[in-house]
Write a protein that binds this ligand. Structure first.
Ligand SMILES: [Zn+2]
Length: 653
């Protein structure tokens, strides 16, 4: 049980609230005058439910919650304040959390400082050292000149075991500093030497231009690996950095367009040629984190893909199957399913810009800048690109081929979240295959993929956590377990919120909102989640860790660790179970609202207040309608028909 749950279990809401509000008992509920708004008449509009420990004002405030919310509002406190106060009342001890954040921050700025000094040192060597001649020639061979070197502070690391180590030590840095910054390697036996030797050094910076690490290119043809990155440190994480962003962000914003290439040297060539909205994914598959960083500055994101790599049908199909291939160094993964979903989730327009066979971006830029511009202008939406590549060199007059192409393309179309866009692609595919669009639509609706077998809603009910089984099941406990179940699934996998909202929408229901949660601590986490999704700087969970008040951290930790009861089920099943739980959560919230309104309707009729009675009647009608929709959705087989927006497979792009 979390601290907040324990407090709620120990404190009676009626006791707390009646300190402020004169409550009149009426069956299992209590009514009174709302303490949060002024009253013209004396109709009680404030209701407390003893068994759930919740309250609601049906008057002007139209607000409600648990005891935490009540104390927060009553005393003008934040959650921490309310928690302190109620913990004392409940006799629950709060443990202070350790604070090592400050120390951590100090460490990071020290690391940046070491890396910046190293960048200056390597840059000096590139410009001046006799030994760096082949590095200068390499750059010249790529058409990279002084501007590029200066703009990106390129450098050279000497062919020596400890030149860098000795230099940086002479500048006052300790071995721990150098180790922390990933600049030295320790051999067995404790011998230390420079990590980067005889390499072209490319400083990698974060969005604000602060050093995070290096990418080092081998200069001798037989030196391996060709590209060597800084190890993952507190600052450096390849998949979390967009190379060139500190220089590209302003132009990206002006053009509302970003071009993502594979290699850092391609970015440098592009910037030198004046294409300053170009960034790179650092030779890895483009991650969601990187997309979020880019999205902050441009909504239109073009992926410059090598025609022979991504354009190859085998690769296209192979990539969605053989995942491990994506992880190989220096290979850009192209995952159309992932991209299409990210597109809707992040609200961006992702397009594919195809490069000539076997040519890298810098080849095209150096050969003909106008061709680069033209290819950027002709970039296609991901689905259109996939459609073209899959159908290329196929005999589309052959009926069997038509089926094959349709089966391959339709799943991608299904991933598109916008109905109009989906329809446009369906029509495009129908024209391409010369078949009736109605047939395609039917095929799409019935699902090309094997449909999940229907299960009764009760059967997919997630099992109760063990702790709840031991406790006597009260309405409170059951409500809490559903809430934590759904919220936990979202916190652990933020993508789930998008899937839930989309499924709810398809069922004619409103998005998941904080009204679905009765517990204030969970409401607060949910509210911050929206903030976490809206920003792009950090992963949602990391965002929550820094943005939620201290006392909510244990709640968050519990949610991130909560057992995934639905794990082990196949992907489709897990989605279905989660949606099922969400619908039951919604039903629970609606039931409460509905009962509240009915109760108030009775009261208004007794008082003879026709205006109020009318208002509550309307509310009852609305809630009942919503409840019926939820019940229909929970009926056996209904979930299966709902679009879950699910495709099995990793989310990595
Ligand atoms: Zn009120």
């Amino acid at each position: 049980m979390s601290v907040t749950e324990e407090i709620k279990a120990r404190i009676d809401a009626v006791d707390i609230i009646s300190q402020t509000v004169k409550l009149r008992r009426s069956g299992r509920t209590y009514t009174g005058l709302c303490p949060f708004h002024a009253h013209k008449n004396f109709t009680p509009s404030f209701v407390v439910w003893a068994d759930t420990g919740t309250w609601r004002c049906f008057g002007q405030c139209n607000e409600g919650g648990d005891i935490f919310k009540f104390v927060m509002k009553r005393d003008g406190l934040d959650f921490s304040g309310a928690l302190q106060q109620l913990a004392v009342l409940a006799g629950v001890e709060l443990k202070p959390r350790t604070r090592d954040q400050v120390e951590q921050d100090d460490n990071l700025s020290r690391q940046r400082d070491v890396l910046q000094s190293a960048a200056v040192y390597y840059n000096h060597l590139l410009l001046n050292a006799g030994q760096a001649e082949h590095a200068r020639q390499h750059l010249a061979g790529r058409g990279l000149g002084g501007t590029a070197v200066e703009m990106f502070e390129l450098g050279y690391s000497l062919d020596s075991w400890d030149a860098g180590l000795k230099y940086l030590q002479s500048k006052g840095y300790t071995l721990d500093d150098l180790r922390g910054a990933g600049l030295i390697i320790e051999k067995e036996g404790g011998k230390l030497f420079d990590r980067f030797r005889d390499r072209l050094m490319i400083p990698v910076r974060d969005e604000l231009g602060r050093m995070t690490g290096f990418q080092a290119r081998a200069l001798k043809p037989d030196a391996l690996p060709k590209f060597m990155n800084s190890p993952t440190t507190a600052l450096f994480d390849k998949g979390r950095t967009v190379f060139g962003l500190h220089l590209a962000r302003k132009p990206m914003r002006e053009l509302n367009e970003a071009i993502v290439v594979e290699g850092n040297l391609d970015v440098i060539a592009a910037h030198q040629a004046g294409f300053s909205n170009v960034v790179s994914s650092q030779g890895t598959a483009l991650t969601e984190h990187q997309l979020r960083l880019i999205k902050k500055h441009a909504k239109r994101i073009l992926l410059a893909l090598d025609a022979d790599e991504a354009g190859d049908k085998a690769t296209l199909r192979g990539l969605s199957v053989a995942r491990e291939a994506l992880e190989r160094e220096g290979e850009v993964g192209f995952d159309p399913h992932g991209l299409i979903k990210q597109e809707a989730r992040l609200g961006v327009d992702i397009r594919v810009m195809t490069l000539p066979d076997g040519e890298d971006p810098d080849d095209v830029i150096n050969r003909d800048p106008d061709e680069w511009r033209k290819r950027a202008a002709e970039a296609e939406p991901v689905v259109a690109y996939v459609m073209r590549v899959i159908s290329r060199d196929k005999d589309l007059e052959d009926a069997k081929v038509k089926v094959e192409v349709a089966n391959a393309v339709i799943p991608y179309i299904e991933d598109v979240s916008d109905a109009i866009e989906r329809d446009a692609y369906r029509q495009k595919l129908a024209r391409l295959l010369k078949v009736d669009v109605g047939v395609l639509a039917k095929r799409q609706a019935s699902g090309v993929r094997r449909p999940e077998p229907v299960r009764r809603p009760e059967a997919t009910t997630p099992s109760q956590p063990a702790a709840d089984v031991r406790r006597p099941t009260s309405r409170k406990a059951e409500a809490t377990s559903l809430e934590t179940h759904v919220l936990g699934a979202i916190v652990r996998e933020p993508d789930n919120l998008y899937k839930i909202d989309r499924a709810l929408k398809d069922l004619g229901l409103g998005k998941l909102s904080n009204d679905d949660f009765a517990a204030t601590d969970l409401q607060l986490v949910f509210d911050q989640l929206a903030g976490a999704q809206a920003q792009v700087e950090v992963e949602p969970v990391a965002y929550l860790r820094t943005h939620l008040a201290e006392p909510l951290q244990p709640v968050l930790e519990a949610l991130t660790r909560a057992p995934v009861e639905i794990a082990g089920a196949r992907a489709g099943k897990a989605e279905e179970a989660l949606l099922n739980a969400t619908l039951r959560l919604r039903r629970q919230a609606l039931n409460v609202r509905c009962n509240e309104a009915r109760f108030l309707l009775e009261a208004a009729r007794e008082e003879g207040d026709a205006v109020l009675a009318e208002r509550y009647t309307q509310e009852v009608v609305e809630r009942t309608g919503e409840l019926a929709r939820v019940d229909r959705a929970l009926a056996p087989g209904a979930l299966n028909r709902a679009r879950l927006g699910v495709t099995p497979g990793p989310r990595r792009v």
